[in-house]
Design a protein around this ligand. Structure first.
Ligand SMILES: *Cc1c(COP(=O)(O)O)cnc(C)c1O
Length: 457
């Protein structure tokens, strides 16, 4: 058996507490069966998200002490810019406070009413920003990406056929840009192959379409390329990352993921004209274009984080933690999406509770039950999150109704994972005969999964 190498040791700890079963019952009831409404102190192991929840390194903390808090021309910005140029080889950097802010700045400039953005299962805020500008997201993910059990190494890939259909229908004028999300978060943290990135890029170049990465997990995607795509297996992560970014016109980035910081983001661009066009939007929405809503300390921590996230030992450990959790669940016959993605394990709600009708939110019920059983907070990525069609108002029925166990970076140990496995296994075994799920108690408009409440049927 291969030995596990953990490339860090623990220097500072944060106490966590497991409430009694009775208290957990009460807390989740008070929260309207919606874990977004729970106070974090009521949570024992928090797998809500990997966004901004990672542990920082002592190098990041010491870099923060260099933070230059100047309004304009901050040295911290130039260090961040240099790190991004070095890693991604994109020359122009616009700092923003998080990923959705990058989306807002980009879409403000590139999207006009009636335009579309083809891509591979757009992230929820990404889709919402596109719609907010009067545009529409068009999902061009390969069919395998919508099948929970099919074994494809790159289920985040785009279908070139669907992409050219979109091109034929909307043409160059109506397509704002093409977006490749690496890894594909809403599609199960599934990677996109270098081959596919190159094909999409080539298609876009031939047809004069701009192409961007939603780069939140670019390093994790690069690791999967190294592990799964034969011709890249002897390349370093750094060189794979550069090759990936050589295919696009720029990226939006939520540094709360592969920037290894609690808050932060940026846009990186190849075209100077576009850069100049975006500066005023950055100033309007985020702050001056050498801080964009971040402190100098924040930018220095991110510059260091971007370098650490590309280290092979870090990535191997990170991806293997996720794989460990997934494999242990598979051993216990818990239905999960395979292959296992980068940042999370996704439980298939419809198979987990096969007796519960699809429109009674089975994945949301899994989330509720694993909190009740073990104080673990997961999140639904399914029918509730999918929301309603903006044109018809009907509930969208997504291909998969998932409960996501998201792994924060460098935070939990194997003991935590063994606990999680035991809790999920127990909930699974005891829930086989359930026939009734959940309904909305109060459904909020817009991005409804954050604030709505549920009742048991
Ligand atoms: C998190 C995320 C975003 C949005 O970033 P925030 O920092 O949360 O605003 C966009 N795209 C993807 C793929 C993400 O995972």
């Amino acid at each position: 058996m291969a030995r596990t190498v953990v490339p860090y040791k623990i220097k500072i700890v944060e106490p966590i507490e497991l409430l009694s079963p009775l208290e957990r019952q009460e807390r989740i009831k008070d929260a309207g069966l919606n874990v977004f409404r729970l106070r974090s102190k009521y949570v024992y192991i928090d797998l809500l998200t990997d966004s901004g929840t990672g542990a920082m390194s002592h190098d990041q903390l010491s870099q923060m002490m260099l933070g230059d808090e100047s309004y304009a021309g901050s040295e911290s910005f130039y260090r961040l810019e240099e790190a991004i140029q070095d890693i991604m080889h994109l020359p122009f950097v616009i700092p923003v406070h998080q990923g959705r802010a990058a989306e807002q700045v980009l879409d403000h400039v590139l999207i006009q009413k009636g335009m579309v953005v083809p891509g591979n299962t757009h992230f929820d805020t990404t889709k919402a920003h596109i719609e907010f500008r009067g545009g529409r997201a068009i999902d061009c993910t390969i069919a395998e990406g919508r099948d929970a059990t099919c074994d494809h190494p790159f289920k985040g890939n785009l279908d070139l056929g669907l992409l050219s259909q979109a091109y034929e229908k909307y043409g160059r004028e109506q397509i704002a840009y093409v977006l490749i999300t690496v890894t594909c978060n809403s599609g199960g943290g599934q990677p996109v192959s270098m081959k596919n990135i190159k094909e999409v890029s080539e298609f876009c170049r031939q047809n004069g379409l701009p192409v961007f990465f939603d780069a939140a997990r670019f390093a994790e995607n690069a690791y999967f390329i190294q592990q799964r795509e034969d011709e890249h297996k002897n390349k370093s992560i750094r060189s794979i990352v550069r090759e990936m970014f050589s295919c696009v016109d720029g990226c939006t980035m939520s540094a709360k993921k592969d920037g290894l910081v609690p808050i932060g983001g940026f846009l990186a661009l190849r075209d100077e004209k576009l850069f100049e066009e975006m500066k005023p939007s950055d100033i309007l929405f985020e702050g001056f274009y050498t801080y964009g809503g971040m402190s100098g300390m924040n930018m220095d921590a991110m510059a260091q984080g971007l370098m650490e996230v590309c280290e092979e030992s870090y990535l191997a450990h990170r991806i293997n933690q996720t794989a460990y959790l997934g494999q242990e669940l598979i051993k216990r016959e818990v239905p999960i999406v395979t292959p296992i993605g980068g940042h999370a394990v996704f439980i298939d709600g419809r198979r987990f509770y096969s007796g519960i009708p699809e429109d009674e939110f089975p994945a949301q019920l899994v989330v509720v039950e694993i909190y009740r059983e073990g104080g673990i907070r997961a999140v639904e990525i399914g029918s509730c999150l999918a929301g309603r069609d903006p044109d018809t108002g009907h509930n969208i029925r997504p291909a998969l109704d998932l409960c996501r166990l998201t792994i924060p970076r460098r935070v939990y140990t194997q003991e935590h994972f063994d606990y999680i496995v035991d809790v999920v296994d127990t909930v699974h075994k005891s829930g086989r005969s359930r026939r009734k799920g959940l309904a909305f108690d109060m459904e909020t408009k817009g991005i409804r999964h954050f604030t709505s409440t549920f009742k048991e049927l």
